[in-house]
Every structure is written in structure tokens, then in C-alpha cells.
Design a protein around this ligand. Structure first.
Ligand code: G3H
Ligand code: 13P
Ligand code: ZN
Length: 306
């Protein structure tokens, strides 16, 4: 099945009221875990690479991800996550990505709009679709820690204006989620009314960043095997399910895979201190990530859609 543009996958999701996971990858094992889960659950999927991932893995990573996406037998998009500049987006388009995010959400609306427009014009000319963001999430954004009180919810009227003025294809919204494994005390409050208001004015797919569930059993296993993660908390799956019915179509998940990977690696090494075969260490981590991704795909409702 050919590599699909982000919009092809996401507009079907918005129209069909299901969510598609955009899972971050940094290496072969993560990529395989995501694609195996997508094929096993018959789920469309987005493979997301951050600029940090690109710096880490370089062309070998990029070429492997695009190749695996092209030969998968479910629809797959390869996406730049949180692109920081026009140049970064153009490089990814040249390398064969089918979707890019230009994230100028920290700039004023005028600058954000003009930067997104520039990327959209170039991307659309070659069939690549574009994610933009307006509003500001809490947590770690662009490697800068944004305090919860500095997070700014996306406003519906500005979202409508921004999408009209930029012609972007899908919109990341700030509605109470945040990046990382500490999303606040207790169950983070998701502003469902705000999602509904935005979706009433924007018919294109909406994107939830910082959507990881941070499964407590995985955190406990990670800590029991020598880790030290305190106050870990994530987005409740009922909030994700509800958000999908309200217009969220792309659901970004990175932290859950990092937790699954680390718990599995720690467990292998703790149980078998003599182990030094990388395949015996990374194989169980790949299996655990695949299990978590499959669970997410069931929650999002993408399972069975491909
Ligand atoms: O939102 C950011 C993603 O979790 C990617 O994180 O920039 O450390 O690769 P990263
Ligand atoms: P999490 O940290 O909740 O996994 O969010 C990842 C993300 O939004 C990537 O863009
Ligand atoms: Zn994000």
C-alpha cells in the first residue's frame, strides 16, 4: 500500500469519528512495533519523526522509516513532528515525508500565519499535507518547559481565522493536554467544550498532542525494575474516546512507547544480569511497545479501519 498523505488518512478519520495515532519513532525497533501493531489491528497510522529523531538517526533512520511505510499493507503517513522552520520542513519533503508540521505556535498569530502559509504553498505543490498549531500546550514544548499557568487554550475564532488564512490541512489545538509523563495531579482536565467549539468552526481534522495515557502498571513495573519516575500521569482513555467524537482525528503518542521500552529493558537486565545480547534486550522492548500501540489503536477506534 502506498505512502499516504496525512490528510488522506486524517480526513477519513474526522469524517468517520475515529482517531489515528501518530506515534514517534527513533529507531528500527520502535518503527517495527508501530507497523506490526497497525497491521495486526488493521489500523491506518502515522509514523512521526521529530527533529531530535532526525538528528539522532539521520538518513539511515529516515530511509528505513519511509521504506517500511511504503511496503506496509495498511495506510501509513510519514510525518515531521514539531518542525521548527521552513527549511526543516523542506528537507523532510525532499527526503520523501508525506506530512509535515510547522510549529510556530510560540510566535504571534501574524508570524505563525505567514510562516505556515509559506510551508503550505510549497508542500501542497508536491502533494504533502501540513499540520499547524495555534494556542500553547503545557509541559515540554520544543525542549522548553512551559508551566501549566503559561499554557494557552486555543480559541475557536482564532482557530477558524488561522485555518482560513493559512490553508493548513490539520490543526493542533491546546485543550488541556501536555507533553511528557507528568500531565498534572490526578486526572488532567480536558476542555471538551472547547474542542466542540473549535470543531464547530473548523471542519478539518484536529490534532491532540500530549495524548499519552501513561499506564500506571507500566510505570510501576519500570519503577520496580530500578527506575524512578514520580507523579507520572496521563490522559484518561475516556477523554480520548470522547475527544475523537468531537473532532480530534490525530492523536500524538510518544511517552507511552518510551515507558514501555524502558520498563521492558529494565526488566530484562534486572532478571538476567548476565545478558549482553542486544537482541535479547531490545526484542522484549519491541514486543512491549507493540502491545501498547495495539491497545492505543483500540482506544482511538482506528482498529479495523484499514
Ligand atoms: O512532542 C515531542 C515528541 O515527544 C518528540 O520528542 O523532540 O525528544 O524527540 P523529542
Ligand atoms: P506525549 O508526550 O503525551 O506522548 O505526546 C507526544 C506528542 O505530542 C508528540 O508530538
Ligand atoms: Zn507534540
Amino acid at each position: 500500500m502506498a505512502l499516504k498523505s496525512g490528510l488522506e488518512i486524517l480526513q477519513a478519520a474526522r469524517d468517520g469519528q475515529y482517531g489515528v495515532g501518530a506515534f514517534n519513532t527513533n529507531d528500527m525497533e520502535i518503527t517495527q512495533a508501530i507497523l506490526e501493531a497497525a497491521e495486526a489491528t488493521r489500523s491506518p497510522v502515522i509514523l512521526a519523526l521529530s527533529e531530535g529523531a532526525i538528528k539522532y538517526g539521520g538518513r539511515p533512520l529516515i530511509d528505513m522509516v519511509i521504506h517500511e511505510a511504503k511496503i506496509a499493507d495498511v495506510p501509513v503517513a510519514v510525518h515531521l513532528d514539531h518542525g521548527s522552520s521552513y527549511e526543516s520542513c523542506m528537507n523532510c519533503i525532499r527526503w520523501g515525508f508525506s506530512s509535515v508540521m510547522i510549529d510556530k505556535s510560540h510566535e504571534d498569530e501574524e508570524t505563525n500565519t505567514s510562516e505556515v502559509k509559506r510551508v503550505v504553498e510549497a508542500a501542497h505543490a508536491v502533494g504533502v499535507t501540513v499540520e499547524a498549531e495555534i494556542g500553547r500546550l503545557g509541559g515540554v514544548e520544543e525542549h522548553v518547559v512551559v508551566a501549566e499557568e503559561d499554557a494557552i487554550l486555543t480559541k475557536a475564532d482564532e482557530a477558524e481565522r488561522f485555518m482560513k488564512n493559512t490553508d493548513a490541512d490539520y490543526l493542533a489545538v491546546a485543550i488541556g493536554t501536555s507533553h511528557g509523563a507528568n500531565k498534572g495531579k490526578g486526572r488532567p482536565f480536558i476542555h471538551h467544550e472547547r474542542i466542540q467549539e473549535i470543531a464547530g468552526l473548523v471542519s478539518k481534522p484536529l490534532v491532540m498532542h500530549g495524548a499519552s495515557g501513561v499506564p500506571q502498571d507500566v510505570v510501576e513495573r519500570l519503577n520496580a525494575a530500578g527506575g524512578s519516575l514520580q507523579n507520572a500521569s496521563g490522559i484518561h482513555e475516556d477523554d480520548v474516546r470522547k475527544a475523537v467524537t468531537e473532532g480530534i482525528a490525530k492523536i500524538n503518542t510518544d511517552t507511552d512507547l518510551r515507558l514501555a521500552f524502558t520498563a521492558a529493558v529494565r526488566e530484562v537486565l534486572q532478571k538476567d544480569p548476565k545478558q549482553f545480547d542486544p537482541r535479547k534486550i531490545l526484542g522484549p522492548a519491541r514486543d512491549e511497545m507493540r502491545r501498547i500501540v495495539e491497545e492505543r489503536m483500540e482506544v482511538f477506534g482506528s482498529a479495523g479501519q484499514a
